[in-house]
Design a protein around this ligand. Structure first.
Ligand code: GDP
Length: 336
C-alpha cells in the first residue's frame, strides 16, 4: 500500500489549516471543506481527497439515519422537531439531503434552510441542501463525503433526507445505519411504497400526522406491520418496526429516538453494524468504479468513432447486442 492508499497524503498548508478547523468544529471551516468536497473541478477533487483522507480517522462515531418520504409527508417538520429534541439532549445534529430532482433542475428543494427555521439557526445543528448537478450517483457521492466531514466536525447524529423518487432511497439506505420511511396514514401511500420495494429497505416505518386521524394512523400501522412480517429480515439482529407520530404536536418523537437507539444497540451488540458499514464501503467503491469505467468507455475515441455504426447494426438486426457490446468494449484495449 503506498502513501496515498494509507491516507498519508501530503496536504497543502491551507488544507492542513482547513482540516484543523474542521476538527476544531469551526463552522466556517466545515462549510469550506464541504464546498471543496462538492466541487467537480479536477484540482479541487485532488485536494478534497487529501482532506478526506486526513479526516477519515475522526469519522464513524455518529449515528447515521436516513429519512425518506414523499413530498408533503412531513420530513422537514419531523427533522426540525427531532433535531431540536436531540440537541436538547446534548447531541449535535447534521442534516444532509440527497435530492434527485436537483440533479435534473440544478436547484435543490430538500434541506433548504428556510424549511427548518429553528434548527438551521441553532449552533449545534448544521443543515446542508443537496449539491446540485451531475447524476444521482454524483450527488450522493458528495453527500456521503459531506457526512464524513460532519462526523469529523463532531456531529454525532447525521440525518440524510431524501424524497421518494427513483433510486434515491436505495442510494441513501446504502450510506446510513438506519433507514426510516416516513408515511402518511392513507392506503394509497403505503401501497406505493410496498409496490416500489422501498418497504424492504426500511428499518423503521413511521406514520406521520397521526393527530389528524388517529384511527387511520393505527390502521396504517397495522397494515405496515403485516407487510413487514411477510418480508425476509435483512439482518438477524433487527426486525423492522412501525410507529405512529405527529411531527406537528411532537407526539411520538421521543419514542422514535428510543427505537433508533434500540436499533443501534442491537446492531452493535451483534457486530452487524460494523459488517453493514464494511459492506456499504465496498459497495460504494464498486459504484464509483462502475461509474468511472462507464465514463471512460463513453469518452474513449475508438468507442465514439464506432458507436453509431454498431448501434445501427444492432437496431437493423444485423448484429447481436452481445457481439456489439463485445466489439465496443474491445476498443478499450486500442492504443491511441
Ligand atoms: P416534506 O415535504 O416532507 O418536507 O413535508 P413538510 O414538513 O413540509 O410538511 C408538509 C405539510 O404537512 C406542512 O404544512 C406541515 O405543517 C404539515 N405537517 C407535517 N407534519 C404534520 C403532522 O404531524 N400533523 C399535521 N397535522 N400536519 C403536519
Amino acid at each position: 500500500m503506498n502513501d496515498t492508499a494509507a491516507g498519508q497524503v501530503l496536504l497543502a498548508a491551507f488544507d492542513q489549516q482547513l482540516v484543523e478547523g474542521v476538527l476544531a468544529r469551526q463552522p466556517r471551516a466545515l462549510g469550506k471543506a464541504i464546498t471543496l468536497v462538492e466541487s467537480s473541478r479536477r484540482d479541487h477533487q485532488a485536494r478534497a481527497e487529501a482532506v478526506l483522507a486526513a479526516l477519515l480517522p475522526h469519522t464513524g462515531a455518529a449515528i447515521r439515519v436516513g429519512i425518506s418520504g414523499a413530498p408533503g409527508a412531513g420530513k422537514s417538520t419531523f427533522i426540525e422537531v427531532l433535531g431540536l429534541h436531540l440537541i436538547g439532549r446534548g447531541h449535535r445534529v447534521a442534516v444532509l439531503a440527497v435530492d434527485p430532482s436537483s440533479t435534473i433542475s440544478g436547484g435543490s428543494i430538500l434541506g433548504d434552510k428556510t424549511r427548518m427555521e429553528k434548527l438551521s439557526t441553532h449552533a449545534h445543528a448544521f443543515i446542508r441542501p443537496s449539491p446540485s448537478g451531475g447524476s444521482l450517483g454524483g450527488v450522493a457521492e458528495k453527500t456521503r463525503e459531506a457526512m464524513l466531514v460532519c462526523e469529523a466536525a463532531g456531529f454525532d447524529v447525521i440525518i440524510v433526507e431524501t424524497v421518494g423518487v427513483g433510486q434515491s432511497e436505495t442510494t441513501v439506505a446504502g450510506m446510513v445505519d438506519a433507514f426510516v420511511l416516513l408515511q402518511l396514514p392513507n392506503a394509497g401511500d403505503d401501497l406505493q411504497a410496498i409496490k416500489k420495494g422501498i418497504v424492504e429497505l426500511a428499518d423503521l416505518v413511521v406514520i406521520n400526522k397521526a393527530d389528524i386521524d388517529p384511527k387511520a394512523a393505527a390502521f396504517a400501522k397495522h397494515h405496515f406491520e403485516g407487510a413487514l412480517s411477510l418480508l425476509r429480515a435483512t439482518t438477524a439482529a433487527w426486525r423492522p418496526t412501525v410507529l405512529t407520530i405527529s411531527a406537528q404536536t411532537g407526539q411520538g418523537i421521543e419514542a422514535f429516538w428510543r427505537e433508533i437507539e434500540r436499533h443501534r444497540l442491537a446492531m452493535e451488540a451483534s457486530g452487524e453494524l460494523a459488517a453493514k458499514r464494511r459492506r456499504q464501503a465496498i459497495d460504494w467503491m464498486w459504484t464509483l468504479i462502475d461509474g468511472e469505467l462507464r465514463n471512460r468507455f463513453r469518452h474513449h475515441e475508438g468507442v465514439k468513432r464506432d458507436l453509431d455504426k454498431v448501434s445501427r447494426a444492432v437496431t437493423a438486426g444485423s448484429m447481436t447486442p452481445a457481439a456489439a457490446a463485445h466489439r465496443l468494449l474491445n476498443h478499450l484495449q486500442d492504443k491511441h
